[in-house]
Design a protein around this ligand. Structure first.
Ligand SMILES: [Zn+2]
Ligand SMILES: [Zn+2]
Length: 177
């Protein structure tokens, strides 16, 4: 899959949100700060407790879409996520490349987050198929991923999980020999 064909890597933000650790009550603000390139400069990353809960709900919906195994389930969950979005697209070249932003630039951080994530994920699903989303096949990992490989062959969330699993499979084979 070539991102240039639809001009957005926003799905990566969706995947990273779905995989974000949420043990620390400050997780959402920390997530926003570490992804600040996605937000209008000057946007406040201070979230209320309610906003943190809504960010978690968005993360759960992204995960639910990635885990869904039938198209009707994908559509239900994706539409639930899209209902949280408030798209107000505009074209920009702020980074030198002409591209679309999905959220109103002066909207609060949570609105920018939810809208960008919902639109980015939807673009991939409708243009490349929901089978492009999956959950890591490694033991003890349940992170989700978007498969951007040409032949849609991805099974792991990361190279770390892929090589860990290769080693584990090799050891398991040796034991049974
Ligand atoms: Zn941009
Ligand atoms: Zn993994």
């Amino acid at each position: 899959m070539d991102y240039d064909t639809y001009g957005s890597t926003a799905v990566e933000l969706a995947i990273e949100l779905a995989n974000a650790e949420r043990d620390d009550p400050q997780w959402a603000g920390a997530f926003l700060s570490s992804h600040e390139e996605w937000f209008t400069p000057g946007t406040s990353f201070e979230l209320s407790a309610g906003e943190v809960q809504r960010a978690a709900a968005t993360a759960e919906l992204v995960r639910a879409v990635a885990l869904a195994e039938t198209q009707p389930d994908v559509l239900d969950r994706l539409n639930e996520l899209l209902a949280l979005a408030r798209p107000r697209p505009y074209a920009t070249d702020h980074d030198g490349e002409l591209h679309l932003h999905y959220a109103r630039p002066d909207s609060p951080a949570l609105e920018q987050l939810t809208t960008t994530v919902a639109m980015g994920l939807s673009q991939v699903v409708v243009q490349h198929g929901w089978q492009r989303l999956g959950v890591c096949a490694a033991e003890n990992c349940d992170d989700v991923y978007v498969d951007t490989s040409r032949n849609a062959s991805r099974r792991y969330c990361s190279n770390t999980c892929a090589s860990r699993s290769t080693v584990a499979a090799y050891r398991a084979r040796q034991k049974t020999d």
